[in-house]
Design a protein around this ligand. Structure first.
Ligand SMILES: Cc1ncc(C[n+]2csc(CCOP(=O)(O)OP(=O)(O)O)c2C)c(N)n1
Length: 376
């Protein structure tokens, strides 16, 4: 019998895969997930894809100022999300984690509010779009400077270890983040302290236009874990079952006091780096098309169909239900209305200084004089 400890080997040369491109199960052990869990993973992947496609359209319509497309990352993100014990573990995501944020339970309307900068945004439109955060979910607000969240995530994990409640932290980032000093400082400290943290690298091969070969001399990202005294797992991040089961096992090991791990999930981003990027100048459309053939969603659908868990009728039903959910969330976010500009004076200081109050009054007066509606 294969035990959990033997199931996945760190530092493999080939990515760990559990299903092939045709959706056939590859592993020498059986899949221990129940049907609801298997279908739930699929639902979250399709939700992530449909929301991403809508966010791209909303940005083109001028309803959002920025988007970081996540299509292609769904299997990795849904796998990572499935390994989190929401509410007790901590999550330190990065800007491309749309499917992850939704899969851990971030409400769609909060996401749409954040993307569109409306009053539906719990963060009151203080962040640029694609920067989720949620107190209720222990989801740390995304930070724009690459890898700056890594040392903070490690500090959180060390606090969890000291508290002794058996919780863990997961911290995600792209391959480009592994070139930052903050990344190395964080991994070094986590290794030295035996912090209960899993570093999950969504390696999509590009940091904007810089490809992985120009980023590192290492054979892969997982190999870097050697230097920090932790296991490094190379995983096919377009295989949701491999992503989920590896992440589930290493998060459980971290909670059990076995220390940190680095998991590299190999993915491909189908869209440009962001709405401000033209990917046609650094990669060929044939390359994107070849990766489209390996889309993680149809691949996993084929696995479900092989188990008689899925078919055309269920697919149509799911997509219609998700479309209705997304439409309703877009409507609710828009109906909430734009945030008043005056809000920029709130929450900066617990007691505003007289200077700040004077600035607020001058600002209000100027807006009233211009015939604008001013709150308060
Ligand atoms: C410290 C810092 N340097 C540069 C940037 C500009 N920048 C934004 S995203 C990005 C690429 C990051 O690539 P990667 O970590 O691979 O993640 P991906 O976007 O590919 O998912 C860069 C260089 C930044 N935000 N912060």
């Amino acid at each position: 019998m294969i035990t959990d400890a033997q199931r996945f080997q760190p530092f493999s040369d080939e990515p760990i895969r559990l299903i092939d491109e045709g959706g056939a199960w590859l592993a020498p052990f059986s899949c221990d997930l129940d049907d609801d869990t298997l279908i739930g993973l699929y639902r979250h992947m399709v939700l992530g894809r449909m929301v991403d496609e809508r966010l791209v359209r909303l940005q083109r319509l001028g309803k959002s100022s920025f988007v970081a497309p996540s299509s292609g990352h769904e299997a990795a993100q849904v796998g990572i999300a499935g390994a989190v014990r929401v509410g007790s573990d901590w999550i330190f995501p990065y800007y491309r984690d749309t499917a992850l944020a939704l899969a851990v339970g971030w409400p769609l309307v909060d996401m749409l509010g954040q993307m569109m900068g409306t009053r539906a945004d719990p963060a009151r439109a203080r962040q640029m779009p694609a920067h989720p955060g949620s107190r209720a979910l222990n989801m740390f607000t995304v930070a724009s400077p690459i890898a700056s969240h890594v040392p903070v995530a490690v500090g959180t994990a060390i606090a969890q270890k000291l508290a002794g409640a058996g919780d863990a932290t997961v911290c995600t980032f792209g391959d480009g983040a592994t070139s930052e000093g903050d990344w190395h400082a964080g991994l070094n400290f986590a290794g030295a302290q035996g912090a209960p943290i899993v570093f999950a690298c969504e390696n999509n091969r590009y940091a904007i236009s810089v490809d992985l070969q120009h980023q590192t001399g290492s054979p892969n990202v997982a190999a870097k874990a050697h230097a920090y005294g932790m296991p490094g797992y190379l995983v096919d991040g377009m295989d949701v079952l491999a992503s989920y089961l590896v992440m589930r096992d290493v998060m459980a090991a971290a909670r059990d006091g076995l220390g940190p791990a680095l998991v590299e999930l190999t993915v491909y981003r189908y869209g440009p780096h962001s709405s401000a990027d033209d990917d046609g100048v650094y990669r060929a459309s044939e390359e994107v098309a070849a990766w489209r053939e390996r889309d993680p969603i149809p691949r996993y659908r084929r696995f479900l169909e092989g188990r008689k868990l899925w078919g055309d009728a269920r697919e149509d039903e799911l997509r219609a239900a998700l479309k209705a959910e997304i439409d309703a969330a877009v409507k609710a976010s828009e109906a909430a209305g734009p945030v008043p500009v005056e809000w920029m004076f709130d929450d900066v200081l617990s007691r505003p200084t007289p200077q700040l109050e004077r600035q607020r009054e001058r600002f209000r007066a100027a807006r009233r004089a211009a015939g604008e509606d001013v709150e308060g």
